[in-house]
Write a protein that binds this ligand. Sequence first.
Ligand SMILES: Cc1cc2nc3c(=O)[nH]c(=O)nc-3n(C[C@H](O)[C@H](O)[C@H](O)COP(=O)(O)O)c2cc1C
Length: 352
Amino acid sequence: MNLFSPLKLRQLSLKNRIVVSPMQQYSAINGVPGNWHMVHLGSRAVGGAGLIMTECTAIEPEGLATLSDVGIWNDEQKDAWKKIVEFVHDQDAKIGIQLWHSGGKGSLKHPNERMKPLTKDQGGWTLKSSSPTEMNGIIPQELSIDEIQKLKVKFADAALRAVEAGFDTVELHAGHGYLFHQFYSASINKRLDEYGGSLENRIRFLVETVVEVRRVLPDGMPLLVRISAVDYLETADAWTLEDSIVLAKILKENGVDLITASGGGFANVSKDRVFPNYQVPFASTIKQQTAIATGAVGMITEAMQANSIIANDEADLVFIAREHLRDPYFALHAAKDLEIETEIPWQYKRAF
Ligand SMILES: Cc1cc2nc3c(=O)[nH]c(=O)nc-3n(C[C@H](O)[C@H](O)[C@H](O)COP(=O)(O)O)c2cc1C
């Protein structure tokens, strides 16, 4: 097995194991993906990756982090995604959408304005989360049980729109300190009802959403979930890899096909913990312990490195983020480096 071995997840066939990892572009207006997104995602499809993931895509306006993030809560957004999906398909690549709610980590200015909190007259909104636990200096309000039920429906509605737009797969973003993570990590979730307390209660919102989303997805379409496998916190209430193994088993039983094992989201990760392959052990441990397919992510930048993760069966997919910003043609270059034949877009054949 190598980086260019095909992979089948349910009825979805990927031509190789290289994924363009989700990357926020902060370039949308009213949540609608535009020309930037077409070129950004489209050129990486031209560049040979088997699966292109959209950036985190909000399921309602309050799920955005900034007003420049993308969404899929209305038909204008769905129609704009459809054009991008069609272009990616024309390049013989597959495309997945990452559905997301920022919870208590929203209502922020653009990164070019250092992501300071938005005021009401700048379009800011009231933040809600599992609990009123401070995040980035702001204390969100606690979501009511009724609001939690409505959010599950909104995730399912967004997933249905994604299917209608032609996406090949859906990934729930349940990591990086966003809403699902704010529920399953006891460092944030202090609720006393059935959505807080025990691990079983804290993962309930994610698991119930998985069930709702799975219900609207065609049987042949895989469902992916990105988690933070660890919180990278030293506190006693931090989420751990052992917790992730329990979660992965339950997600698998409820129809999830692949877990991408990322990490962190509530605090800066110290530099000495970030090095090539630093999160690969999360993907390989979850894969070994639960037999679910996994995606590895984090500081994977070279063809040989990515190839050994697959060849050693440490993960089923490699998600490559920043290297794809440096080199949209990472996959085509990797095939050359590894001396593996792959299809080159006919327009570019004279260069490869
Ligand atoms: C500009 C940028 C935006 C990102 N946006 C997202 C996102 O929308 N969703 C997500 O799950 N991760 C996001 N990430 C994290 C990446 O997907 C990836 O997990 C992380 O960058 C580590 O991989 P790398 O070392 O290959 O860059 C983002 C990373 C970058 C650099």
